[in-house]
Design a protein around this ligand. Sequence first.
Ligand code: ADP
Ligand code: ZN
Length: 730
Amino acid sequence: MSQRRDFIEGEAVGVLTTEPVSRLLDYLAPAGGVNIGDLVKVPLGPRRVLGVVWGKGTGFDRSKLRPIAAVSDAPPMTHDMLEFLTKVADYNVAPLSQVLKLATRAPGLLDPPAKRKLISLTARPPARMTPARQKVIDFLKSQGNRPFAPVELAQFAGVSAGVVTGLIKQGALLVEDAPRDPPYPRLDPRLKGKDLSEQQAEAALALREAVKSRAYNTTLLKGVTGSGKTEVYLEAVAEVLKQGRQGLVLLPEIALTVDFLERLEARFGARPAEWHSGATMSERRRCWRAVASGEAQLVVGARSALFLPFQDLGLIVVDEEHDGSYKQEEGVCYHARDMAVLRASITGASVVLATATPSLETWANADAGKYTRLDLPERFGTAKLPEMSAIDMRAEPMQPNQWISPTLREEIRKAYAEGSQSLLFLNRRGFAPLTLCRACGEQVGCDSCDARMVEHRFQNRLICHQCGAWKPIPETCPSCEVTGKMAALGPGVERIAEEVAEVFPEARVEILSSDLSDSARGLKARIEAIAAGEADIIIGTQMVAKGHNFPHLTLVGAIDADLGLQGADLRAAEKSFQLIRQVAGRAGRAEKPGRALLQSYQPAHPVIEAILSGDEEAFWQAEAKARMDAHMPPYGRLAAVIVSSPRQEHAFEVATHLARNARPLLAIGAQVLGPAAAPIAKIRDRYRVRLLIKASKAAPLQKALRQWVKPVNKPTNLRIALDIDPQTFF
Ligand code: ADP
Ligand code: ZN
């Protein structure tokens, strides 16, 4: 191979490693040279570590440089990719080495191209035929001469390994090296999609044009659940495949992926590459490499798929763009939706943000004309949006430890009698959120966190939702040692299930809650069973809000529609609005009309009224105005700082020092709020102190934050975590 190299043997190159070193390290290019973007292995002290050739050497004393130890055979990361990683680090005030780690999370990237042996039939019959040999030949012929691994072949043909070896020696079978990572089947963009309605076709055309431009653009595809957003954006996918560029579809949750992959297979004739935490190591490696080589045409994945090394990315779809799981809140904090827009702007790609209930950020960007907006206001076919109303809980006669009002109960009874499904929604896992001693008032808390333990009766334990620690459900109070006075207070989905079982003993009840779903596959089976009508009453947490299609579902009851309204969260109203609208949208997706009933103690609350009236634009306008008046995102900027340490006084000392020495922030007109103990003041035995930085939209916040945090002397074991555009405030 005589390719041109960016650096020839012996030149000094700057390598970025995934080690916590804040600068490029210089090495000598090895024999054969290297390119910018090449994945390499370099010596660092006694170890060899992963890195990427980032550019020229930084001028370090040449005589001290060591050569690069190995170069991956994977194609180099593109210049666009390196620019993307750099900008992600800048925007999120994160170390570049940590961001590189996000982009190299697959095993064996530096291994030599692994091969495996495959055996196929030649045209030459063996000199001597035996019944066993005939069996092997017949088997291969019955398989259309498809090649097989040696062990498999012997096993499937029902012969000993020696028979296969004999045939190879005789030249009747041929052994060849094949790559370890099998290639992905080709997707065919020319297969026909569904016949689109006029509205859908119009939106699809606009998206196709956007992709065709090969220039950066972002479109908000806003459509009620069931309006066919997926069908529409698949047309954009078809267009990018046709161009020969790569596509990426981001989904918030694995549960969606399974259904979705089948849908894609139906549309394009083959399954795309997958990238998510549930994928095996070899699947990850296969996906990473195929993306890097440009062979993978389409990837469906969770948020971290955004960091795959695409050769030529032409389209990114962010499905359910408002979903909270797009925000990564540990390690490098980033918002995958926002970083998708960044990546597309670098590579000249289209972004499609699909949702029924946009985040206020996206709504405002569309409102300001930065994003194109396409609306699908109607459901596809005969399906109608559910009729929504509130149940005024102040007027309902409720018994103690009863959470389903007589009115809702009657509606469930009617649906059940008609053979329709009901869904009861409560965004609380477990049985009861609080375990209290009626003798002394003790509330059972987690030993490592400032959090109450939640009773999970099915697992027969109390679980901390912060750290996952658990204890047995106590019979004796851990504080006053009185026995038999421990009480479970408040409802979780398990308790609602118990109540349903009492009222409707005959009904088939299913609970959908993330802690109860064994595996992605198990969950898929349960969802399919529900969709097929194998349950009468479904009880679920926010997991049910997303994407699942239950054609027999006609009634949705929100057990506590007020739950999201309280709280100091800036987005409480927005999130509540999105969640309840999404859940209500589950009802009546097929021919049967749907109803949604919201149990509320404050039915006149503006958010509840907005949900019921369906006047979404009025809701967004009001939210936007309130945020604008308060200079809050998306009209102002926030950054959160969490200082955490096993020693409370250290956390407070450093946070106070930061607050008092905030000159770089004050210089850009930013405000520093705090320090204050975080609402959850201790997690996993670390005390947490928060600061909140508020700045105007135009202020150079990231640069100021770096200058501010850099000179701080930290005791060992103290961490300062920065979160730009924070979504959660605990
Ligand atoms: P959304 O993503 O907006 O919730 P989907 O694209 O999932 O909507 O569509 C909802 C249901 O309606 C799906 O089962 C889909 O296959 C069906 N559907 C939507 N548009 C069409 C169409 N033009 N022809 C046939 N079926 C459609
Ligand atoms: Zn805990």
